[in-house]
Design a protein around this ligand. Structure first.
Ligand SMILES: [Fe+2]
Ligand SMILES: [Fe+2]
Length: 162
């Protein structure tokens, strides 16, 4: 969790506002002549950013602190802490659903940008923005895989053992 927050969450917090500004600038310059790409891209990215920022907060402020309590209980030999929501699998399931939504939104952006290669505006801005969108896509794949395939299964296992 420390690695996820320090690497992937911190990266997104720095990157999302930059991309938001770059897309807004592109839409300002070429939005009227390129409504097919820039209007939906701006809308999809805006939604993706809002949802993802909320998701990061849910993980950092709610889920990860619960997981730390389970880890502490496991280390000290205490019983499973009691949560108002029942099993830790419940909030984990909500995060997994969020991940599916994030993947769909990234897929739409991939389509809208022609696989991050289209040029719906000035080449310099498009090149920089699409290069960074591609990097974001790769980072999100790794980030979600770390949570879905390593962190969450480990927590479910740990809860089962307590
Ligand atoms: Fe995360
Ligand atoms: Fe996540």
């Amino acid at each position: 969790m420390g690695h996820i927050i320090a690497h992937h969450h911190a990266y997104l917090r720095a990157e999302l506002p930059w991309m938001d500004r770059a897309i807004a600038r592109l839409a300002e310059l070429n939005g009227r002549s390129n409504t097919n790409t820039l209007t939906p891209l701006k809308r999809t990215f805006g939604f993706f950013k809002r949802e993802l920022e909320l998701h990061l907060r849910k993980e950092e402020e709610v889920l990860f602190p619960f997981i730390r309590r389970i880890e502490t209980a496991a280390r000290s030999g205490a019983g499973m802490p009691r949560f108002s929501f029942g099993s830790i699998a419940n909030p984990i399931g909500i995060m997994e659903e969020d991940h599916e939504g994030e993947k769909r939104q990234i897929g739409s952006m991939l389509d809208l940008t022609g696989g991050y290669s289209g040029s719906p505006g000035p080449a310099a801005i498009c090149g920089a923005l699409f290069g960074r969108l591609q990097a974001l896509d790769a980072d999100m794949r790794l980030h979600v895989r770390l949570e879905d395939e390593i962190l969450f299964p480990r927590v479910r296992l740990l809860e089962g053992e307590l």
